[in-house]
Ligand binder design. Structure first.
Ligand SMILES: *Cc1c(COP(=O)(O)O)cnc(C)c1O
Length: 391
């Protein structure tokens, strides 16, 4: 693996990344920075994680040739079926990796933030499995909007901590989780859910999600022409890009345009964002001229984030990957198409990656791999609402 696109020993990807943390957080971050690589690279750690991924998560997930969808688009489309992971999305790969890391660090308690609740469910699952205490910070507004996932987390034994400050959503929950971590530095590990946050989190999460591209390489036997993945913070995309960074496969990230990138109702960070610090990392951020974070919009809760992982900001800047966006409606339409062509209901997040197939200019002989990051059961209400409006 070339070092060119990976984090340097200062924690940066070109100008992006770093650890812009308050001084009170230094001990926690330094402990992670100093230990994560030796722990993750340890053979017994890898063995334990591999066994869990195989027997508990159900890996390797299939790489499925979507015949009818391929005919429709006149090309060759493979779906990487992360929707078939235990708990229904790729996030469990990271939560399990990080809880094993926490165990090796001698921690007994886990905290996490969640917006849509998907990362909360994956983390509550990992905590139940390992017998860890688990506090999930969640905006009061999101607790109401994401009631089914809140029930799941509770049934799994997690304690939900409502956050009433600010806009009562994800960024406020993140701030509260960080505050809690500062106050509990010795027994607690903070599991961040995407390739965001201070170094070394983007690298930790990318490594745990890289199992996706490791499997695709074995399953396909040759390099695809295109890889397409949706981008919220960017963990499923980074996972499927990871082992192709030194190949000539074209890597495509798809952000949520919401109502459109020329409207205020968007979450397409790379399209409208500028350089700035968000959640302790130098990256691209949706912000006003004086640096206030702008409230994003996407119909998909998992993509509704005003930032993006620093490695993606870098890959875009150096031209290693390209980033595009599709609207709410385009994603909904793509989800209906997949349901009718292949009998698979995708997560609304993943539907953004699928919607880009409409815009991809490719040949009949080309091989296109789409990361199907999650299943759509959680999104049925939204699919139904949009269809009711349409017909
Ligand atoms: C959370 C989520 C995403 C977005 O997160 P990334 O870190 O960008 O992958 C995408 N798909 C699904 C199914 C999710 O749950």
């Amino acid at each position: 693996m070339s070092q060119n696109y990976q984090v340097d020993n200062q924690g940066y990807y070109g100008p992006y990344g770093g650890a812009y943390v308050p001084e009170m957080l230094y001990p926690n971050i330094m402990e992670l920075q100093n230990n994560y690589l030796s722990i993750i690279n340890d053979v017994s750690f890898q063995k334990e994680l591999d066994e869990l991924l195989h027997n508990y998560v159900g890996r390797p997930t299939p790489l499925y040739f979507a015949d009818r969808l391929s005919k429709y688009y006149n090309t060759n489309i493979f779906l990487k079926r992360e929707d078939l992971c235990h708990t229904g999305a790729h996030k469990i790969n990271n939560s399990l990796g990080q809880i094993l890391l926490a165990k090796r660090l001698g921690k007994t308690r886990i905290i996490a933030e969640t917006g849509a609740g998907q990362h909360g469910v994956a983390t509550a699952t990992a905590c139940s499995l390992m017998g860890f205490e688990c506090d999930i910070f969640m905006g009061a507004k999101d607790i109401v909007r994401q009631a089914p996932n809140v029930e799941r987390m509770k049934m799994l034994g997690a304690n939900i901590v409502p956050v009433h400050s600010g806009s009562k959503t994800l960024k406020d929950a993140t701030n509260e989780a960080i505050r809690n971590w500062i106050n509990n530095p010795t027994d607690t590990h903070y599991i961040i859910g995407s390739v965001v946050g201070p170094h070394p989190y983007p690298d930790i999460v990318a490594r745990f999600q890289s199992v996706i591209s490791k499997e695709v390489k074995l399953q396909l036997g040759k390099n695809p022409d295109y890889i397409i993945a949706c981008v919220g913070g960017g963990s499923n995309a980074m996972g499927i890009f990871y082992h192709y960074l030194d190949e000539d496969t074209k890597l495509i990230g798809v952000e949520a345009a919401g109502h459109g990138v020329d409207t205020p109702m968007t979450a397409a960070t790379l399209a409208v964002g500028t350089k700035g610090v968000l959640h302790a990392s130098m990256t691209k951020v949706m912000q006003t001229n004086d640096g206030q974070v702008v409230e994003p919009h996407s119909v998909s809760a998992g993509l509704d984030y005003p930032g993006i992982g620093p490695q993606h900001a870098y890959l875009e800047e150096v031209g290693k990957a390209t980033y595009h966006s599709v609207t709410d409606q385009e994603a909904i339409d793509a989800a209906h198409l997949l349901a009718r062509k292949e009998g698979i209901i995708p997560a609304l997040e993943s539907a953004h990656a699928l919607a880009y197939l409409e815009k991809l200019v490719c040949f009949k002989k080309d091989i296109v791999v789409v990361n199907l990051s999650g299943r759509g059961d959680k999104d049925l209400e939204t699919y139904k609402t949009f269809s009711d409006n349409e017909y």
